[in-house]
Design a protein around this ligand. Structure first.
Ligand SMILES: Nc1ncnc2c1ncn2[C@@H]1O[C@H](COP(=O)(O)OP(=O)(O)OP(=O)(O)O)[C@@H](O)[C@H]1O
Length: 226
């Protein structure tokens, strides 16, 4: 279980351009489940996701992961937690230009020190499942938007992290690839993984296998649907 208690987030605190992105969020996110955060642009979905994923700290409030408080951990513990616990698909992708698709996909595995050939094989399997095997050696800057999105998904899955975090993962995908992404997500859940994603896409909220939809408005939770 991931719990958030009275979580707030201020950007540019104390300055004229201060933004209160989260206004006291109380939320429980189940493990072994698919949870979708939905809501209009600017409602705080990405901010909430970053806090859940230990990429950002709340301004006030508390986050626990399986009963342990993570919101106050020193940075070095958070770095370790991010590497071992989370797989990320983020809006700006963060793929590294100049490296090939497969090099990008393999990158998060490097700090964990796995055998290179095994990691490469796993990366190729992930790319094949997303119909990208033939682009494996291409520099990422030559990919289309949808291909870049899929490369980011393959990279998020490389470490077999127990929690997969995805920000608008299907934003650039057509219906067929969205359906394939959902199949991957359902397979991850069947393996016992936790999937938490934001989405504007009704194909995602209404999808079979989604366990919870959390609706956000203006930095607050507007409703939760199972
Ligand atoms: N780094 C930042 N500095 C200042 N303000 C920010 C920052 N990141 C987000 N915000 C502001 O916080 C609010 C919530 O943003 P957030 O990205 O969490 O919303 P969102 O629901 O994910 O939106 P979208 O669907 O457009 O991605 C917005 O008003 C945004 O402008």
């Amino acid at each position: 279980m991931i719990t958030l208690t009275s979580v707030t987030k201020l950007y540019n605190e104390g300055r004229p351009n201060e933004v209160q992105a989260l206004k006291g969020i109380d939320l429980e996110i189940a493990r072994d489940a698919i949870t979708v955060l939905k809501g209009p642009s600017g409602s705080g979905k990405t901010t909430l996701l970053s806090i859940v994923a230990c990429m950002a700290r709340p301004t006030t409030g508390r986050v626990t992961l399986d009963g342990e408080v993570v919101s106050g951990l020193p940075e070095r513990f958070l770095t370790e937690l991010r590497r071992t616990t989370f797989g990320f698909v983020f809006q700006r992708f963060n793929l590294i230009r100049g490296l090939s698709v497969i090099e990008n996909v393999m990158l998060p595995a490097a700090p964990l020190g796995g055998d290179h050939a095994t990691v490469r094989e796993r990366a190729l399997e992930r790319l094949a499942a997303l119909d990208l095997a033939d682009k494996a050696t291409m520099p990422v800057e030559f990919l289309s938007g949808g291909e870049t999105q899929r490369a980011a998904i393959a990279r998020a899955l490389i470490n077999d992290a127990p929690i997969v975090i995805a920000d608008e993962p299907t934003a650039n995908l057509d219906t067929e690839l969205t359906m394939r992404f959902l199949e991957i997500v359902r397979a991850l859940r069947a393996e016992g993984k936790t999937v938490i994603m934001t989405s504007h896409d009704p194909r995602i909220w209404d999808a079979e296998g989604v366990d919870a939809v959390v609706e956000m408005r203006d930095g607050a939770i507007f409703g939760e649907f199972a």
